[in-house]
Ligand binder design. Structure first.
Ligand code: 2YJ
Length: 273
């Protein structure tokens, strides 16, 4: 999983509200609505101000990313949660969050980014939540995916979950990956098709979920393409941006919002078999 860097997230705290509004213009749902729709829930059924959320910085591994916990907290605050960043890090930070009465804890090391609802025991993993959020965003931007041909780029954790969700939405799903055999294996599990040439697959699809960190040259993008792209860093050049009808992308917002939504419903609906 690609590690986020400070420059990828430095604008989140000051732009969380306008980014959510941008999403509403692009897909017809703001961040909060998207998060609940992604797990088949009605956003109006939940009063998020009832929940206190804590973001806990973690120093393990490569250490704290400046602004990471603050960005998570800003995203949650903008959704309507009460939110704070603990002043302590690591286990001491978890203790602080519990002592201060946080209901939902958000914390990440270099491998995993999770949320945990201490009241219900429900927890959420960022990879699964990201796939659910971006699949729902693609569905919104496309005006429904039933019967439409969708390409998933990348057969890793997010791509795998995306193939499962998009197939269940009635899309005709193809998957591609630079590692030979990976896409074939995933496709066979979910009744999708595998395309061995990444380049050919991109230039033949108007709906794309990009779960890979690689750069996608604009010459391959179909004019008017609708692209949902959780992969970091951002994969598109100026030509690709100009040709696409919509590119939905952020470094942290959608995944975090779906994690939070998962943690306030009474049972899991995303990505667990
Ligand atoms: O607490 C901190 O500031 C750091 N320990 C945060 C580490 C953030 N983790 C990552 O960037 C991982 N690669 C997972 C990111 C998932 C986003 N899709």
């Amino acid at each position: 999983m690609t590690r986020l860097t400070e420059d990828m997230i430095d604008e989140i705290p000051s732009t969380a509200a306008e980014r959510s509004e941008g999403l509403r213009r692009a897909i017809g749902m703001d961040l909060r609505a998207l998060a609940f729709r992604a797990i088949d829930e009605d956003p109006d059924d939940f009063d998020l101000s009832c929940y206190s959320t804590a973001s806990i910085p973690i120093t393990a591994g490569l250490g704290v990313i400046g602004g990471f916990s603050q960005s998570v907290s800003a995203i949650l605050g903008n959704m309507g949660f009460r939110s704070f960043v603990t002043s302590k890090t690591d286990i001491d930070g978890i203790y602080e969050a519990l002592e201060k009465g946080a209901d939902i804890l958000f914390t990440a090391d270099d491998v995993r980014y999770i949320a945990y609802n201490r009241r219900t025991g429900i927890y959420s993993d960022n990879a699964f939540a990201t796939a659910a959020g971006y699949a729902e965003a693609l569905d919104g931007a496309a005006g429904g995916l039933g019967g439409k041909e969708v390409l998933v780029i990348g057969a890793g954790l997010v791509g795998t979950e995306a193939v499962r969700i998009l197939t269940s939405k009635g899309a005709v799903v193809s998957v591609t990956d630079i590692i030979p055999g990976k896409a074939e294996k995933l496709a066979s599990e979910y009744g999708a098709s595998a395309i061995s040439s990444v380049e050919d697959s991109i230039s033949s699809h108007g709906y794309i979920l990009n779960a890979s960190p690689g750069l996608i040259p604009g010459r391959l993008i179909v004019k008017g393409a609708v692209i949902s792209s959780p992969g970091v860093p951002f994969s598109f050049d100026a030509e690709g941006i100009a040709k696409a009808r919509a590119i939905i992308h952020d470094p942290l917002d959608i995944g975090t919002a779906v994690m939070a939504a998962e943690c306030v419903v009474s049972r899991k609906k995303v990505g667990r078999t």
